[in-house]
Write a protein that binds this ligand. Structure first.
Ligand SMILES: Cc1cc2nc3c(=O)[nH]c(=O)nc-3n(C[C@H](O)[C@H](O)[C@H](O)COP(=O)(O)O)c2cc1C
Ligand SMILES: Nc1ncnc2c1ncn2[C@@H]1O[C@H](COP(=O)(O)OP(=O)(O)O)[C@@H](O)[C@H]1O
Length: 310
């Protein structure tokens, strides 16, 4: 997969793609479906994605709390796994956001990226003030010479699959509902960072990861599947993770700390992918360290049972 970060001066080899357009936060079942449609709409064309960085909401409201399900790196990895060959990750700035719908179609899609075919969801809006609709894009395509397919929206029961409903499921401690809409477990990816070196004294050393920039799942304890992605301990493990601020030890910056079962070794700096399977309980402030350790023992037993039944 090639990542192209500008819509001007695009190489000939990177033009002519059949591409889906959107934010693709989480790369959920709806996203996977538009990608499949883009693939079958023009099987001989390179399969592309047009997306934006930062996410438009981050650009318009930089002070708002983090809401992303996936970092741009994770998004790129997932798209590559789905067979995407060209990722047009366009800088979302005042210039791009100020283009009228017609200018976006002409300058970005037709002239800039030279797309052969475009796939969008039925609720897609584009251009300054989100003034352009999917139907408008179809009309521009006919005029400017690119094909447009409007994809139906994927349902999950009665509700539409969306990044927002996945965020809500995670905020409410329903990771299995999030997974049903994602088509995969919700994962937190990143390197293991240093902590307060307290976990080892408790008898539960934890691999800590930052939640910076990401939508925080409900604070509390989760049964997790852990992939160690590199290094001598590369492999898959079961574990128990604590998401939150660790009230037993003051109010700290929220992170995720994972105890891997049947594991010992150094994970500092190693890339991990932690999948949230079930929410067990909220994080608590216990009366004593002994009470916390007794509870963590119970949490681990419960997590082992949940994970071995998967
Ligand atoms: C399964 C599990 C459950 C935990 N539950 C709580 C909790 O309820 N309250 C809390 O303050 N910390 C909880 N912790 C977090 C510990 O406080 C944390 O792992 C410890 O402070 C180690 O910090 P360190 O990794 O920075 O050394 C839990 C940790 C694990 C692994
Ligand atoms: N079973 C395990 N689960 C998670 N991390 C482990 C485990 N065994 C050893 N480690 C290592 O111990 C470190 C965590 O120890 P801990 O005392 O909690 O320190 P920190 O405060 O840095 O998290 C991890 O980053 C990892 O390198």
């Amino acid at each position: 997969m090639r990542i192209i970060r500008d819509y001007k001066y695009v190489n000939k080899a990177d033009r002519g793609a059949s591409a889906a357009i959107g934010n693709f936060d989480g790369v959920h079942l709806g996203h996977q479906s538009v990608i499949d449609i883009a693939r079958s709409a023009a099987p001989d064309a390179p399969l592309g994605i047009v997306t934006f960085e930062p996410h438009p909401r981050e650009f318009f409201a930089p002070e708002a709390p983090p809401f992303r399900l996936t970092s741009s790196d994770t998004r790129a990895h997932r798209l590559e796994k789905l067979g995407v060959e060209r990722l047009y990750e366009l800088p979302f700035n005042a210039t791009l956001s100020g283009l009228t719908p017609r200018a976006f179609a002409q300058d970005v899609i037709a002239d800039g990226l030279g797309l052969a075919h475009v796939v969008i969801g039925a609720d897609f809006c584009f251009g300054k003030g989100r003034a352009g609709t999917a139907q408008d894009l179809k009309a521009f395509g006919a005029e400017m010479g690119f094909g447009v397919t409007i994809a139906p929206l994927i349902q999950n029961g009665d509700a539409q699959v969306s990044s927002t409903s996945i965020r809500n499921a995670l905020s409410e401690g329903r990771p299995r509902d999030a997974a049903a809409m994602l088509g995969h477990w919700h994962r937190i990816d990143g390197p293991v960072i240093g902590g307060d070196q307290r976990g080892r004294d408790l008898g539960f050393p934890t691999a800590n990861m930052s939640l910076d920039g990401l939508h925080p799942p409900k604070f509390g304890v989760y049964a997790v599947l852990v992939d160690v992605l590199e290094g001598p301990h590369k492999g898959s493990y079961h574990g128990a993770a604590s998401v939150g601020v660790r009230p037993m030890f003051g109010i700290n910056k929220a992170n995720i700390e994972t105890f891997l079962f049947d594991f010992s070794g150094d994970l500092y700096g190693t890339e991990l992918s932690v999948a949230l399977v079930d929410f067990l309980r909220p994080e608590e402030n216990y009366d004593s360290i002994e009470a916390l350790v007794a509870q963590i023992d119970k949490d681990c037993a419960q997590c082992r049972a949940i994970l071995s039944a998967l």
